[in-house]
Design a protein around this ligand. Sequence first.
Ligand code: ACO
Length: 343
Amino acid sequence: MRMNAAITGWGWHSPDRILNNKDLEKLVDTDDAWIRSRTGIRERRIAGPGDTTGSMCLHAARTALDRANLPANDLDLVICATTTPDHLLPATACLLQQRLGARHAGAFDLNAACSGFIYGVTVASQFIQTGTYRRILIVSGETLSRFTNYHDRNTCVLFGDGAAAVILEATPQKAGVLSTVLGSRGDVEGYLSIEAGGSAQPATADTVATGAHLVRMRGNEIFKMAVRCMAVAAHEALDQAGLTLDDIDHVIPHQANSRIITATQQAIGVPPSKVYVNVEKHGNTGASSVPIALGEMLENQPIRVGDNLLMVAFGGGMTWAAAVLRWADVAAIRRERSLKLSA
Ligand code: ACO
């Protein structure tokens, strides 16, 4: 029997410290009105001294496992989507595998920048649909504040920190991930980059002094490409799922900037009432932005079995991705699982 991959647990975590637009006025030549009118962002959460991508992911993953009522021991795989891992080696996913007690799980990191969560959902759903694995943790985390140049007004107003996770689980229900679309264009790598700190430009006193290990960006080019690619990917994912826009109940776009979200919503042709937006509170949290928005939406708005969700993202690489999911009867999946485990 062909298995589908459904979300059965979710969780998100933001650090306590808030950096608002007034705080940024003290750091660079900017003002609250400019930031709100150009980005829609009012505040973002910033990691405290004890927070790391791994520690925030751990909180989010534990909440997702609790919601799924699933012991970590039953996970088959841990995928961590991040551009800001705790270390170059080992992978943050391996740290999470150990800290969660996921003793039977493989683990790896995945870097597709802000598209990372949907890339993770795509990979995980293949493992489940082919029958290789049954239960996969996909967790996205970013500590972008550690790679942000707080002397550069073009970038420092945009980014925030946070993490979010989902459990993807096998089910015979005609629900879960219906389609996924991935894309990339490495020829425009310079639109968004952290040049130093890798093997091409190892960290030196000079790279630190020149800020070459911090984010550099060409915002205008990204804006146009993001809207175009997300609109095309969204329609490709709908076509693959055999659905139309009218079938979609909720759209969860990457939370980069409220103007990008509005332009994408218009380019896709979906009403704004269906689009979940929380960029004003979080800023751009990279790979975590789609799953934080998804988690917040699930907490704030009722979702019904059979509702169709469209997720769409764009980020560094450049990369883009879209996925269509049908909300499963999650209680039934948990019931079937506990019956099997107790048999
Ligand atoms: N405060 C005040 N002025 C600023 C600021 C700031 N924080 N940042 C830039 N400006 C200035 C610029 O210096 C420029 O001044 P100039 O005309 O004297 O040269 C002026 O504002 C206009 O700059 P633009 O780049 O044309 O402003 P724009 O309206 O395009 O907004 C922004 C800039 C917000 C960066 C926009 O291009 C954007 O959001 N791009 C997408 C970038 C993005 O999302 N990156 C994240 C990673 S990729 C992703 O997640 C999709």
